[in-house]
Write a protein that binds this ligand. Structure first.
Ligand code: SF4
Length: 365
């Protein structure tokens, strides 16, 4: 029997940084003490795909009982992964680390057909928590490859989502990592060519990549609908509004969260004087507040709001207690749970799907 390996997650407890001067003394010493404010982006944090994936693991733990294996981090957030681990989830890198016949959940980022086959070969029970918006891109890849198109997949090589989409049609797909690669990528038939993309990219950078591709390949087709998802787009739109008014932007999110990292880049591109990403409030460095009047705050699509609230509490200690929420879009999308879980909930008479929206349960237990 294969042994299982959990992904080590080192999770320091949130704490307020130790300083020689107290936060109040630092706030009082600021020349801008009466003008300090926070612009809080909305939408921010959990998207519908993350909510669905996290609730799927929670419900699997509840109804199948631990251990529940999860291939890769269910979503790219240290806090979420750590909370689920504490409740009995075991995160593995590959299905061959899961004992034969056990239950494994595929993460929100999606998997290639080869991974599905490998799970079948091992007799694993599977729950597919792939975000439906990632599944949509997979289907596009399959459909266009079947129709003899060559696919230029704009995305970051090595990212789990890109591995999954690429794996749908590897013979027909070439990954384009950035605008520079658009200048050099080679294709077989420039007249039967389509671009698809990872869901969590910078909208502006992707459009620049497409512009450069189209300069070389005028017959390049667009995807049938946007592949960059609504949540990625909305969070970028919100920070684009806030960044030019901010001396400092703090993005809450993990280092492997593509959309969180993009929010830092977009903040700087749109005029924030400085922008940093933190997993937890205690990572905020007080030196960032030098000469700062306005702090923009946002979070990636896999971040429970409690982590943002902890950053806001810390900011208030430093004199940034005045918080204005800037709302650029309303989001009310909720995806139904994976079918395997829906069946289990029905059997058990569990109609609590509504619980868990927007990151509440994982952060309150
Ligand atoms: S960021 Fe977009 S594609 Fe990714 S899980 Fe959320 S909704 Fe789905």
């Amino acid at each position: 029997m294969a042994t299982s390996t959990s992904i080590p997650v080192s999770l320091p407890m949130p704490r307020i940084p130790r300083t020689r001067r107290s936060p109040q003394e630092i706030a009082d010493a600021s020349p801008n003490v009466n003008q300090r404010k926070v612009l809080l982006a909305a939408p921010r944090g959990y998207c519908a795909g993350v909510d669905r994936a996290v609730v799927a693991v929670e419900k699997a733990l509840e109804h199948y009982g631990p251990p529940v294996y999860v291939r890769k981090q269910i979503v790219h957030n240290l806090h979420v992964v750590s909370e689920l681990e504490a409740r009995g989830a075991i995160f593995v890198e590959e299905t061959d680390e899961v004992p034969e016949g056990a239950l494994v959940v595929f993460s929100a980022h999606g998997v290639s057909p080869a991974v599905v086959r490998s799970a079948e070969d091992r007799g694993l029970q599977t729950i597919d928590a792939t975000c439906p918006l990632v599944t949509k891109v997979h289907r596009e890849a399959v459909r266009f490859a079947k129709n003899d198109y060559e696919i230029l997949l704009i995305g970051h090589e090595g990212h789990e989502e890109v591995e999954g989409t690429y794996g749908e049609a590897p013979h027909a797909t070439t990954i384009v990592n950035n605008p520079e690669e658009a200048d050099t990528v080679q294709v077989k038939n420039p007249d039967k060519l389509i671009w698809l993309s990872q869901t969590t990219l910078s909208v502006d950078e992707t459009m620049e990549t497409v512009r450069r591709l189209r300069e070389r390949f005028p017959n390049l087709q667009d995807p049938p609908s946007d592949d960059i998802c609504y949540a990625t787009t909305n969070r970028q739109v919100a920070i684009k509004t806030i960044a030019p008014k901010s001396d400092l932007v703090i993005v809450v999110g993990s280092s492997n969260s593509s959309n969180s990292v993009r929010l830092v880049e977009v903040s700087l591109d749109y005029g924030a004087k400085a922008a940093y990403r933190v997993d937890f409030a205690h990572e905020v460095d007080e030196s960032w507040f030098e000469g700062v009047s306005t702090v923009g705050v946002t979070s990636g699509a896999s971040v429970p709001d409690v982590l943002v609230q902890e950053v806001l509490e810390l900011l208030a200690e430093y004199g940034f207690g005045d918080v204005e929420e800037i709302t650029l879009a309303e989001e009310d999308i909720v995806f139904s749970l994976p079918k395997e879980i829906r069946g289990k909930l029905k059997e058990a008479g569990d109609d609590s799907r509504a619980l868990g929206g927007r990151g509440t349960p994982t952060t309150s237990r």
